[in-house]
Ligand binder design. Structure first.
Ligand SMILES: Cc1cc2nc3c(=O)[nH]c(=O)nc-3n(C[C@H](O)[C@H](O)[C@H](O)COP(=O)(O)O)c2cc1C
Length: 191
């Protein structure tokens, strides 16, 4: 069993990374292997609507000069896909959205290749807009037949400067509970 945690923040050691780390640490405690994929801060472009993925059906995006195909291959191998993003103007980051456009289209072109994987969004926020970012990410999961795991609160953590989110005890607890629910669900579906 493997979980892939994608970080859509351009700050690799930032608040989103810390939240994802909490989820991954708890998943590893439950015997699930994890990997964090740093997406933000790299060159990532949005979908160019070439529709070549629907012709090739090879689980790849026709745009090959950035990190997206690497990420799609890792998503394909994972049982659990976590997508983390800071809140930028009340939404996920542009890099996160670019990945979702392209991975989402490739998934749909290939028979919903993420079907019945478990998905969860993780969002860092200074003050407001996290729920909208959380919803944006969940839209990818729910249109690709993924199963969305929840926690005892929406999966957000509060902080602005790097590391501040570690002081948000409720946010940290939310991440740990999320991980335990994902592990429970994985065992139930026998992945
Ligand atoms: C371009 C930009 C836009 C932001 N927009 C918001 C926002 O709409 N609401 C908010 O509460 N915080 C906003 N923030 C703050 C970040 O969400 C916050 O600092 C978060 O913890 C950063 O996570 P990171 O360390 O993983 O990058 C913004 C930050 C940047 C750089």
């Amino acid at each position: 069993m493997k979980a892939l945690a994608i970080n859509g923040s351009p700050r690799p050691g930032g608040n989103t990374a810390i939240l994802l780390r909490h989820v991954c640490d708890e998943l590893e405690n439950e015997g699930i292997a994890t990997e964090i994929f740093q997406l933000g801060g790299r060159k990532v472009a949005g979908c160019i609507a070439c529709y070549k993925c629907f012709e090739a059906k090879d689980k790849r995006c026709a745009v090959t000069d950035d990190a997206v195909n690497d990420c799609i291959a890792k998503m394909d191998q994972a049982d659990v896909i976590l997508i983390g993003s800071p809140t930028y103007f009340a939404d996920c980051t542009a890099a996160t959205k670019a990945l979702m456009e392209r991975a989402g289209f490739v998934a749909r072109a290939n028979g919903d290749m993420f079907k019945r994987k478990i998905g969860a969004a993780v969002v860092a926020v200074r003050r407001a807009g996290a729920i909208h970012a959380f919803d944006s990410i969940n839209h990818l999961f729910t249109i690709t037949q993924m199963i969305v795991a929840g926690s005892n609160y929406w999966n957000i953590g509060v902080g602005r400067e790097i590391g501040e989110v570690a002081k948000d005890q409720e946010g940290v607890l939310t991440m740990q509970t999320l991980a335990r629910n994902i592990a429970w669900l994985l065992r139930k579906i026998g992945a």
